[in-house]
Structure formats: C-alpha cells, structure tokens
Write a protein that binds this ligand. Structure first.
Ligand code: HEC
Ligand code: HEC
Length: 447
C-alpha cells in the first residue's frame, strides 16, 4: 500500500512539473486576454500596454527640452508638495498654506478627495482632503478653485496635451491650433510639451512664486544648481526651471506595480480570475478599449459622454452654467465640432478617487459602470449630435459588470503609489499638502 501511495505521488509530481510547461494546464483566461490584447495592440505586442520601471528614466516618455534626471525628479517631488512657495495668496492668512498637492493628493490617486480642489482660500484637510472648506475671509471669486474636477497626475508621461481640453503643449493634437494660443496658452509658443508648458502657467495660476530669494530662503538653491547646471544663474531659479523639475517628477508617477501591469510583464498570478474576466470585458464586450488606450489607458482624443458639469454639484464654488470650461475642447479651439468634448483620462488608482468625470457627477465605480452600460447622456445641455457614437447601451450581464468593476478597482490599482511618490519632507519643513493651523493638526504636524 505504502509503495502504491508513493508511486501515485511521484506520478502526480512528475505530471505537475511537466504539465506546467505545457499550455494545456494554463489558465484559459490568460490565453484569452493575451489574444484580445495582442489583437488590439497596433504593434501586435503586449508592450503597447506596459509602463517602464520608475528608475528607468531613459525609457519614460519625456520632452527633449527637459531630459529626465534623478536630481530634477527629487527637486520636483518636493516642490509639488511645498507650501513655502505659496507666496501670492490673495489674503495674508492664505500665505504659504497650500501646494499643488492640495488638489492632487497621492492618497486619492492624485485627485482632491472631494468634488473640487481648493488651494488658496481653502482651509482644513480632514482625514484625506474631504474636510476642506472655504476660508470665510475669502470671497468666492477670490478662491483658487477651478470649474472642473482636478485630473489625476498619475501616468501623465503619456499626456502630450494636458488639461481636460488639452490646451497645453505645442505638439500633438495642438498642431494647427496656434491661432488659439492666447492668454494662458501663449506659453505653448515656447515649444514645450503639455506638462512643461502647463506647469509654468500652473505655478502662476495657483499663486506660487519661484525666484532666487525664494529658493534661498526655503533652502532649494543648491538643488536647483544641481538640477539645472546648463542654465545661466540668472535663468536658473525661475517658473520655467520650477516647471521643468515638477514635470520631471510627474513623469515618474507611473503605476507600474498594478496587478494588470505585472500580469502584462508575465506574472500571471498577479491578477485574480475575476480581474482577468473584468479585463476581458474592458478589452472586449465593454468596448472601453475604443477610447482608453496604451499604457495609461488614456488618449489625446476628445469625446462628449454627456456627463453633468461641476456647477451642478452642490457645494461647487466659482463656476456656473456659463463657465466656458463646460464646453471642453471647444472652449479652446472655438470649433463647433469640439464643443462639450473632454479628453480621455487615465484609469489607474481609481479605487482612491472619491469622484469621477470632469464634473464629479459620479461618486462610485458601480454607478460609473452602469453609466457606460446604459449609455444614456445625463446632461441636457449637450446637444445630441455632439454625443460620442460609442456611447450606447452595452447590455452587459450583472456578472460582467461586477467583473469590470473589480478590474477597474483592484486590477488597475498600484498599492505602492503613496509610499513611492510622496516625499517624507519638504525643504521648508512646513506641513504639507496643507499648512493652515487646523490642517496642521489634522495632518499630525502639530499637537
Ligand atoms: C486649486 C486646485 C489645483 C491646484 C492647486 C493644482 N491643480 Fe493641477 N489641476 C487642477 C484642475 C482643476 C485640473 C484640470 C484643469 C483643466 O482641465 O482645465 C488640473 C490638471 C492638472 C494637470 C493636467 C493633467 C492631465 O492629464 O492633463 C497637471 C499636469 C496638473 N494639474 C499639475 C499641477 C501642478 C504642477 C500644480 C502646482 C503648480 C497643480 N496642478 C496645482 C486643479 C489644481
Ligand atoms: C467614447 C470614448 C469612450 C469610451 C468607449 C469609454 N470611455 Fe471612459 N471616458 C471617456 C472620456 C472622454 C472620459 C471623460 C469624460 C468626462 O469627464 O467628460 C472618460 C472617463 C472615464 C472614467 C472616469 C475617469 C476620471 O478621471 O474621472 C472612467 C473610470 C472610465 N472612463 C472608464 C471607462 C470604461 C470602464 C469604459 C467601458 C465600459 C469606458 N470608459 C468607455 C471616453 C470613453
């Protein structure tokens, strides 16, 4: 009896060892997904969807005017969170209390954790951005609060034209729009990519100041010297170099440890069967792939999904039915065919978003999947002829919808984002992302 058991065990071990090397025992879901993805990839290869490692700076898409360097990334990592540069506040009690990260919290997938971001003129942090309120000393028009939900800055290395209407960046989809480069977008004439252009204007818009006095007083001068030796001293401590450092940092914010990314690189156990089934819906019957493409599952393409605008959400400041930002791409190009169309955003770390779409009209992924499945626009202001033809009923089963939701929530979730991309401290030593007295307590900076 004993020998028989041993024999059976031996055969089983041999079979398992051999079987693993054959395709027969492979999970059929892996094969299906691989076939689907290769079929959709313009190169026929899974590489089309993969992101480089964060330390592999040479492989990250970049602006040739702003080559990625470790020293630059490290500088940008602090500037993005630095309340010390918030020196152009409207009122004295707003000075040095806000940062870029006030509206782009790493804990919330680099979105604000509420319907709208508020920087200057905002108070409090709460547990994770949800507690932010308007400073009663500020008039509504004095707030730094935009009429759109802040986009995530994750995976923006794959964004050539930034913001919801893609107005920044000299190349990409903005070739031929030179006639519209006025005011804020005049910066495009410098010839930089979206991020490098936008963040020059962004520093001004968000009431931040960078010059030699500021870098001296906060302790950044040596870091600028190390990052930008090729700039003559009189051009080294400026909004442009500040933008270059921040843009370099933003380009490294890759969600390359998400299960889907690990699966693409060959770790077939990185995703559960349900996540794999959800991916098959995304890249199959759900037709999400028609607009969400490449490593970030985004696109420099603009569509009207007919979702509601931010002014329709209770508690949204400083926006309204006549806000030109409701017109999406059309507000930039002025072209009738671009009206109400918004850029296709990236889809990683959605699990940490509190709101979805440009107007924060949906607050959970279940409802978001329902919106796409029903395919019925909810915003009566958007004329029917503008609505994307791809928005139509999908007739997904309950199981397919549940699988898709899980793929979005956990398959595309990189759990290492906060630990990898949030600095331990900024040079000024100030509390970040928010530095008003109550936020300081809520963030654990003061007792
Ligand atoms: C008051 C809130 C707020 C602050 C502060 C803020 N942002 Fe944003 N951010 C937004 C909003 C809103 C958008 C979308 C704007 C639009 O579409 O017009 C955005 C979009 C972006 C984008 C575009 C991403 C993409 O995919 O196109 C980048 C990059 C960005 N912000 C970087 C920054 C940087 C760098 C700073 C600091 C200099 C900053 N933000 C400060 C609210 C904010
Ligand atoms: C017609 C092109 C198109 C198709 C098809 C499409 N999307 Fe999108 N998606 C967009 C655009 C454009 C937006 C931004 C719309 C807005 O906010 O006005 C968006 C937004 C989203 C968002 C919100 C992201 C954020 O930052 O708020 C998620 C999540 C999403 N899509 C998932 C999906 C899924 C899942 C599918 C398939 C069921 C899908 N999309 C199909 C174009 C598309």
């Amino acid at each position: 009896m004993k020998t028989l058991h041993l024999y059976v065990a031996l055969v089983a071990v041999l079979f398992a060892a051999y079987g693993c090397t054959t395709d027969q025992l492979r999970n059929p879901l892996d094969q299906k997904l691989e076939t689907a993805l290769k079929g959709l990839s313009p190169t026929g290869d899974l590489d089309y969807y993969t992101m480089p490692e964060t330390y592999d700076l040479a492989s990250i898409p970049q602006d040739p005017n702003n080559p990625l360097l470790k020293v630059k990334v490290e500088l940008g990592k602090m500037l993005f969170f630095e309340p010390g540069i918030g020196l152009d506040a409207v009122h004295p009690d707003g000075m040095q209390t806000y940062s870029c990260a006030s509206c782009h919290l790493p804990e919330c997938g680099f979105t604000p954790g509420r319907i709208q971001g508020i920087a200057d003129g905002g108070l409090y942090y709460g547990e994770q951005g949800e507690g932010r309120i308007k400073n009663p000393h500020y008039a509504e028009e004095e707030l730094d609060a935009q009429g759109l939900r802040p986009l995530s800055v994750l995976n923006v290395a794959y964004v050539t034209n930034s913001t919801w209407n893609g107005r920044f960046g000299a190349g990409g989809v903005n070739v031929g729009t030179e006639y519209a480069w006025t005011g804020q977008t005049e910066v495009n004439f410098l010839g930089f990519s979206g991020l490098e252009s936008q963040n020059i204007e962004g520093l001004i818009l968000h009431r931040m100041v960078i010059n030699k006095d500021v870098t001296d007083s906060l302790g950044y001068t040596d870091l600028f010297d190390a990052a930008f030796p090729e700039f003559p001293p009189e051009e080294r401590y400026t909004l442009q170099t500040g933008s270059f450092a921040i843009s370099a940092y933003l380009r490294t914010l890759l969600t390359n440890q998400a299960p889907f990314q690990r699966w693409l690189k060959g770790d077939l156990d990185a995703m559960s069967d349900q996540e794999k089934r959800g991916a098959l819906v995304f890249f199959g019957k759900g037709l999400c792939y028609r607009c969400h493409k490449g490593p970030a599952l985004n696109a420099m393409e603009f569509y009207a999904l007919g979702v509601k605008d931010l002014y329709e959400q209770e508690g949204a400041y400083f926006t309204g039915p006549d806000d030109p930002r409701n017109l999406g791409r059309g507000s930039f190009t002025g072209k009738a065919e671009d009206m109400y169309k918004f850029k296709v955003p990236q889809l990683y770390n959605l699990a940490h978003y509190t709101h979805f779409f440009h107007g924060s009209s949906v607050d959970n992924l279940h409802d978001l999947v329902e919106y796409f499945d029903k395919g019925v626009p909810e915003n009566p202001n958007v004329p029917e002829e503008q609505i994307a033809l791809q928005l139509h009923p999908l007739y997904l089963s309950d199981q397919e919808k549940a699988d898709l939701e899980v793929f979005l929530k956990t398959g595309l979730y990189d759990p290492t984002v906060v630990e990898r991309y949030k600095p331990d401290a900024v040079m000024s030593g100030m509390c970040f992302p928010d530095n008003d007295p109550v936020s300081r307590i809520q963030l654990g900076c003061d007792e």
